[in-house]
Design a protein around this ligand. Sequence first.
Ligand SMILES: CC(C)(COP(=O)(O)OP(=O)(O)OC[C@H]1O[C@@H](n2cnc3c(N)ncnc32)[C@H](O)[C@@H]1OP(=O)(O)O)[C@@H](O)C(=O)NCCC(=O)NCCS
Length: 363
Amino acid sequence: MVQCAQLVGGAGVEHRQSVVGGARPPGGGTGSGHGAQTTGSVVGMDDLEVVVVTALDRPEVEAITALVDRTTGEDGHGALSEHKRMELHHAAPPLGDGGADDHRFAAFLARRDAGGLVGYAHVSPGPEPDHHAMEIVVDPVDPGGPAVADTLLDTSMAWVRANGGGRLRLWVTRASDGDDRRAAARHFIIERNLIQMRCPLPLPAATRETSAATIETRPFRPGLDEEAWLATNNRAFASHPEQGHWQLATLLEREKEPWFDPGGFRLLDADGRLAGSCWTKVHARTEPPMGEIYVISVDPDFHGRGWGRALTQAGLDWLAGRGLTVGMLYVDGDNRAATHLYRSMGFVDHHVDRAYLTDLGQD
Ligand SMILES: CC(C)(COP(=O)(O)OP(=O)(O)OC[C@H]1O[C@@H](n2cnc3c(N)ncnc32)[C@H](O)[C@@H]1OP(=O)(O)O)[C@@H](O)C(=O)NCCC(=O)NCCS
């Protein structure tokens, strides 16, 4: 849905703004939704047009989804994170209603010669106040890919500055030296390295024998376990920028996903309450098919008893029982407890996704 259109700058860049899920731009800015808010020069190629859209119609969502799919390898790892894919998904139906308020984002569509989409940037609020988080998708076969990424990044930075400023976090999947250079040239620092690790399944007997604890897990019960799981998860991940702020709506959304299986969401009770959990996710259509440790945590009251190791094993056993031969997970490079645990169980690093951070100041 387009509420306002305006051409700005001299680089063939159109800023067309409306609002997804509410009458304000991501980050809670006070803008009226007019392109005149957007300032800053754009480094663009003559035939490249970038359109800033804060409400998407169905053909736009479909074009973005197709672009993201083109970047997605056989292992299912694409340039847009699960969270931002879900924002896209929820922004589409019901069209015209603009989607839910907690799925607000700005979409930057890059087209060459007014043709098909060659790049996309997605900017959404948070998770911390005064933060924006962005990801860039570039058509893998476009010969000007790096310049498309430059233009999308510069356009997004200008848009964030014009909409209240604050800090901007850029997530890049399978970060390369070129990504490091692009970010450094714009005064981003490397903030986080998210390592994808993989291990063969089933776990060998020697690994199983190092398990420090014998535990009994049970499946998650939809409609009953949400509150306890949210409390335990958010306590365990209290210092984590994303995982420590799960809300009921987020969890219920995941429960509606086609891959959700309460049987693979293993819970551990102790002392009459939830002590920890290991939530798995099966990627049946990737090559190779993979079983992911999706979210795992032990309540801080119970750390150091060997339950984290035992829950990891319970999750991997569940996945192996579904016939999967590759275990996979994502872990922050500086999470010493978790990286130690996973490497000791046979996980090895596969690739690194990287978060870059810069401060674009305040209005
Ligand atoms: C990671 C986590 C699940 C581990 O749970 P736990 O019950 O405390 O772990 P365990 O007692 O089973 O210990 C597992 C191993 O980690 C090691 N470990 C635990 N804390 C550690 C730390 N701070 N630094 C280094 N190693 C640590 C233990 O020594 C043990 O290794 P060992 O058997 O070789 O001695 C728990 O710390 C947690 O919930 N953290 C917050 C959520 C999180 O980070 N989840 C993982 C995201 S990928």
